[in-house]
Design a protein around this ligand. Sequence first.
Ligand SMILES: [Zn+2]
Length: 420
Amino acid sequence: MSNALKLERYSFGVGDRFARQAKAQLRAFVLAAAQGVEVTPVWNKSHREHTTVGSRPASVLAAAQAAVRELDWTRPFRVDADHIRLDTVDAFIAASDFYTLDVADSIGQPAEHEDVRAFVERHPELVGRIEIPGIEEAFETTRAEIERIACKYLKAVREAGRIYRHVASRKGEGRFITEVSMDETDSPQTPPELLVILAAVADERIPAQTVAPKFTGRFNKGVDYVGDVAQFGKEFGDDIAVIAYAVGRYDLPDNLKLSVHSGSDKFSIYGPVRGALARTGAGLHVKTAGTTWLEEITGLAESGGEGLKLAREIYAAALDDIEALCAPYATVIDIDRARLPPKEEVRGWSSGQFVSALRHDPRDARYNPSLRQLLHVGYKVAARMGERYLNMLEACEETVARNVTENLYERHIKPLFIGG
Ligand SMILES: [Zn+2]
């Protein structure tokens, strides 16, 4: 399919919970383009976010289109139906051209014995010594090991096939970009597992352009990576090599690349990631979501006056509702409740105090990752405020927009795609 929709080498997923920051976000991509680095913006929003905020998928496309028009952006942009499943995809058919197929729930559901046997018989090349260019040590696999991996992942890949074919039947083949995501699960996938998964994806005839494995370490919402950065760097490089190998070996799109569902702000791994991209020439998709919403709060607090008041109020309400707000995100946050300041204290905070507690500057001793994580999952509080919150965003637009653009460009796009 030569005229099929193709995702560019570098792409970056931006979330915009309240659909007010598309223009400020797009400015970060304009800045990258001015440096000669083309990064495609992908506006992503999941079914879960839409449900929490009370928005519809069409609003994401509308906000993106308005921003593109206002800034005269003539390069591509995409709209990602993020983490959709067969039961949630239909609402996203009209407004998306990128689909992140979430099959994590099917991982580990044992595949039929017959299917596992047929898979291993179809793929004798996966058993034994596998030398992959770019990976120092060859994999040594046994039949039993490949059977174990197939048993764990075949059902998930089949499910991805079902969702893919459903979208294709409604939109037409080649008219959208497909990502297969397996990140929201308990155990990370090793490079040999990724190879088996890609062989199965090819068997299922899913033209995946991005694949999101679960990496080693913790990817908590809105805060930095927790784990062994060197180990991550090695696995990331190995995964790139596995993908290049699988593309040559199986019938997969030649632009297939890794997708990192970062949960935002994984600054300490950006260096190794940038190094691997520079070394291999590989492409990359990075997904963020809540980082922009947190810049809205930062901007409100920085504005002082009524904006600061509202930021304090949002924190107080989030603290009151901490159990309910954290529950859906339990596996991806680590809040130290002893470090959460009482709301009475925050009520007396100045702009500077609020901003330095919230802003993700690891060198600032006042930065408080527990407060940041609570606010990250606290967007429901602002959703409940409705117009009051949106009007305040408008009143503080300049400060909010500056924070949104600066954050995306300086803290994410530059270290990842430009370097230096
Ligand atoms: Zn994800």
